[in-house]
Design a protein around this ligand. Sequence first.
Ligand SMILES: [Fe+2]
Length: 242
Amino acid sequence: MTIIDQYPPIAPELAVEPTWAVAFDIYRNVHKGIRAELFAVTASAGTVDPGDRAGRAALAAHVADVAAMLDEHAVHEDLHVLPVLEAYVPALFERNASDHAALDARVARLAERACGITDAPPAERRARVHNLYLDLASFTGAYLGHQDFEERVVMPAVLDAIGIEGAIVVHEEIVSSIPPPAMAKSLSIMLPAMNVDDRAELLGGVKQAAPAEVFGAIWGLARSLLAPADVRAVAARIGAPA
Ligand SMILES: [Fe+2]
């Protein structure tokens, strides 16, 4: 295999109707959060001063954080979504499982290469930081394609297979498997990346279904994360104190 073979030709643009929407989307909010983090860490790698040890250490820590988030997300999908595909849509199961294995390996390599920048010798710093930036950008490109496939191909297939009720059960199984501290961390990444419709749906759902103290804690978190105008917009929609 030559290096050119490692760069597949660009796929033609997808022709998806602009009004297309799925009736229920397990991926929407969490994938928005993941995209925002991938863009943020890639931008940091592009702008950090290669001569600043604290900056390099912070970038390495951010990459480690993103890698842990991606690992956790992959575990949730592997445990809760892949079994549905395996049972109902074997071709999608094969494809998604092999994509996950390939992405997992790339995440591990990224995390390893990020570890090498903090204490790199002076002569290597600029090259190591730039290669990490290119690695992150290339990985983000691959990951965005994977997310698009899940949102536009896998999610409709899951709905065809088990219906909205079944998909809601899968989503609830994933949410209830996440311990509160990890959920708080996850929400702190997702909520700022979501729009007012997404936030009102998520937070309004928690307000309706969860005990008052649980909603109070999550609403407090949302208020600490969002700009005052964004808090007021959601508060008005769900009838919560701004
Ligand atoms: Fe995935």
